[in-house]
Ligand binder design. Structure first.
Ligand code: ATP
Ligand code: MG
Length: 199
């Protein structure tokens, strides 16, 4: 019998995707001997919460551009095509249905992990996937009281990059070269994204 495929899942708004996301995924592939990582850009919120999120298609394409050269990385449209707000439970159910025999590893930064208990259907989440919390500069990585064995905390190379900071830099006319992949810099420019970002 062949071994189960080990698939990482990296959810995010990816507005834009940056090297912090890519380094975290790459490090987890290596530490956990994953076969691949699927990046899953979130759906478009029905109404804006504190800011307007860029169009799903732009976020999807930037994620494709950023991951295209890595044979172990791919991008799923599942959350985007479902539409509306994304709940991790739906992401994991879809991926489970697509890969019934795989082991799923949900990768999340320290900031997102700390909100995990407020996520919908917390118990089912841990039945569907093993959770991997990764370090992120400016955030404390701690187990927020997840079920025994349900989460691993790992250190990844520290990149103090956030999408918020990238958007604000573009709005101010500051460079984002080397914070995001070259193709993403060019895509942001081509589509005139983030030029009027506030706050
Ligand atoms: P925003 O500032 O818009 O919230 P972000 O940089 O936090 O953007 P997200 O798309 O919200 O990016 O993050 C997706 C996932 O990647 C989350 O689990 C987040 O914790 C993780 N992540 C983002 N940036 C880093 C980083 N620099 N190092 C480690 N993990 C990160
Ligand atoms: Mg974030």
């Amino acid at each position: 019998m062949s071994e189960k495929k080990r698939i990482g899942v990296m959810g995010g708004t990816f507005d834009p995707i940056h090297h912090g996301h890519l380094v975290a995924a790459s490090e987890v592939v290596s530490l956990f001997h994953l076969d691949e990582v699927v990046f899953v850009p979130t759906g478009q919120p029905w109404q804006k919460e504190d800011r307007k999120v860029s169009a799903a298609e732009d976020r999807y394409l930037m994620t494709v551009i950023a991951t295209a050269s890595n044979p172990q990385f791919s991008v799923s449209r599942s959350d985007i095509d479902r539409g509306g707000l994304t709940y991790t439970i739906d992401t994991l159910r879809d991926l489970r249905a697509e890969h019934p025999d795989a082991e799923l590893f949900f990768i999340t930064g320290a900031d997102a992990l700390s909100q995990i208990l407020s996520w919908r259907h917390a118990e089912e989440l841990f039945a569907l996937a093993h959770f991997i919390g990764v370090t992120r500069p400016g955030h404390t990585l701690s187990d927020p009281g997840l079920p025994e064995g349900g989460v691993s905390l790992v250190e990844v190379p520290a990149l103090a990059i956030s999408s918020t900071d990238c958007r604000q830099r573009v709005a101010k006319g500051d460079p984002v070269w080397y914070l995001v992949p070259d193709g993403v810099v060019r895509y942001i420019d081509k589509r005139a994204l983030y030029r009027h970002e506030t706050g």
